[in-house]
Design a protein around this ligand. Structure first.
Ligand SMILES: [Mn+2]
Length: 507
């Protein structure tokens, strides 16, 4: 199968990567898959490992939460014969010049002049967007170039893309774009995926109905969302039973029941003053995996991503890899348990955010949750806090949490309003480098690991970089910039867009 719509240079890169794998097979080398622990990293790793297994290549895997100095040292000590980096690699490739390596990635690229010396599958190398294909998508293109029978791994690749929020182009016609859209089309044509414009809220397969509607956000609909009792009353009014054998979920309703609920929601929202254009925000193309059982967390892409986010981030990468590769037995049961723990942890993490409060600087806002939030989920919590806690939408949010090895993990998320105006990958990378840490990622979502005693200097540096990107004045001189001369002080030191620098918001 061809993938019209996937840029030719990206396909060519996948072809070269497949040749590299053949060379490893001929050399009898073991390939070590090094993958990130988020859902995209896990799906990328699972796709890579499946492809290696099917091709009969010796393989193993290493899961890492970031490629900071600690993980780089461990990899160097491992003495690996060949490395396949998945969903990592904006800078990782630089550290392994002497090892045969393949990089499948979509993070902001750092070029050192050697980025084309090895098979490197990253859309940014050919000036394509890193938000139109994920790490898993790149790994899939390689797997498919190696053997067309790996087409069945395509749904797994789109789980990774959805988990990386690449299915968020607005409106019911939106969803995936670019390479992802091309893969979706191919997956539908092959009967692997089903797509339907439907209510866009989280949990159509597994959330009990009153939670699906009552917990819904983005967009919120007065008298329907945000309150389970109201949701329950709506369903009663419409004669939609809440349970049959057990609690019913949205996907288990009859087409007629779904139609009645959708019309009632639109009607209520218009009654409350919504514009018809707002109503478009209710829908998204909901993508389901045809082979998975209805009502399970592996059927709809976003729910599948959440299940995988419950595994490697909690120290169980094997569970995630096995579920992503198709295990529906022991590993799947374990993942369901982990998901329950993930839910509990996220709920307590949002409370930790509220307790700690958010401090506003000139161009960023930040929250330090100490050891109350695992460093591996602080990014997810930042996203939830931006959407759910009514924070300012005109500055990125940074979440700081302690790592268990004595450093500080920082995750950052930009509100959609700032898309195209901020580059958090650069801000986090340069901010971290200035204090002896490491950082990088995407323009709208990036992370860093820094020494614990450098938090204030790091925040000041990042604030200055983001202020520069957004064209506002930083709150304070950058710590290591030397003493500012009196005469250099700006005439108007106040931030140019409201709010006092250093202000702490309590919820
Ligand atoms: Mn990714």
């Amino acid at each position: 199968m061809d993938f019209p719509g996937v840029p030719a240079p990206l396909l060519e890169r996948a072809r070269r990567a497949a040749d590299w794998l053949q060379e490893r097979a001929e050399a009898g080398q073991r390939v070590t898959v090094v993958h990130h622990i988020d859902a995209d990293g896990v799906t990328a790793g699972a796709v890579a490992l499946r492809a290696l297994e099917r091709a009969g290549l010796p393989h193993d895997s290493v899961a890492a939460k970031s490629l900071d100095t600690v993980h780089l040292d461990a990899l160097h000590k491992g003495g690996h014969e060949a490395l396949w980096f998945c969903d990592f690699g904006s800078t990782a490739y630089m550290h392994f010049q002497d090892v045969p390596r393949l990089v499948c990635d979509h993070h902001e690229l750092v070029r050192d002049g050697t980025e084309e010396d090895f098979p490197h599958v990253n859309p940014l190398l050919d000036d394509h967007s890193g938000s139109e294909v994920s790490g898993a998508g790149c790994a899939f293109l390689v797997a498919h170039a190696l053997d067309a029978d790996n087409l069945d791994l395509l749904p797994t690749a789109l789980v990774g893309a959805a988990a990386d929020l690449q299915d968020r182009a607005p409106g019911a016609d939106g969803g995936f774009t670019g390479t992802n859209a091309a893969l979706l089309e191919a997956g539908v044509a092959a009967g692997l995926l089903e797509v339907e414009a439907d209510l866009g809220w989280f949990g159509p397969e597994t959330r009990p109905l009153t939670k699906f509607l009552g917990y819904a956000s983005e967009p919120t609909v007065p008298t329907v969302t945000g309150d389970r009792r109201q949701a329950e009353a709506l369903l009663r009014d419409l004669d939609v039973p809440l349970s049959d054998d057990g609690e019913r979920t949205w996907s288990g309703l009859t087409p007629d029941e779904r139609r009645r609920v959708r019309s009632a929601i639109v009607e209520r929202w218009l009654d409350c003053g919504a514009e018809p254009a707002d109503v478009d925000g209710l829908w998204r193309p909901v993508v389901r995996i045809a082979a998975e059982a209805p009502g399970t967390p592996v059927r709809e892409l976003r729910e599948f991503g959440t299940l995988l986010n419950s595994t490697a981030r909690y120290g169980e990468p094997e569970v995630g890899l096995r579920v992503a590769a198709g295990d529906r037995g022991e590993a799947y049961e374990k993942a369901l348990e982990l998901r329950a723990g993930h839910r509990r942890h996220l709920a307590s993490s949002v409370s930790a955010f509220v307790d700690a409060g958010v401090t506003e600087e000139a161009a960023i806002q930040w929250c330090h949750v100490g050891d109350r939030v695992r460093d591996t989920v602080v990014g997810i919590v930042c996203g939830m806090a931006l959407d759910g806690l009514g924070l300012r939408r005109d500055r990125p949010l940074l979440g700081l949490a302690y790592t268990d090895d004595g450093r500080t993990k920082v995750s950052s998320r930009a509100p959609s309003e700032l898309q195209g105006r901020v580059d958090l990958a650069t801000a986090m990378r340069e901010g971290a480098a200035a204090v002896g840490g490491q950082g990088g990622g995407h323009k709208g979502a990036a992370g860093a690991t820094i020494p614990r005693d450098a938090e204030a200097a790091f925040l000041a540096r990042v604030d200055a970089i983001v202020a520069d990107q957004l064209g506002v004045r930083p709150a304070a001189p950058v710590v290591d910039a030397g003493p500012a001369a009196e005469g250099d002080a700006p005439a108007d030191p106040a931030p140019s867009w409201g709010g006092r620098a250093g202000q702490t918001t309590l919820f």
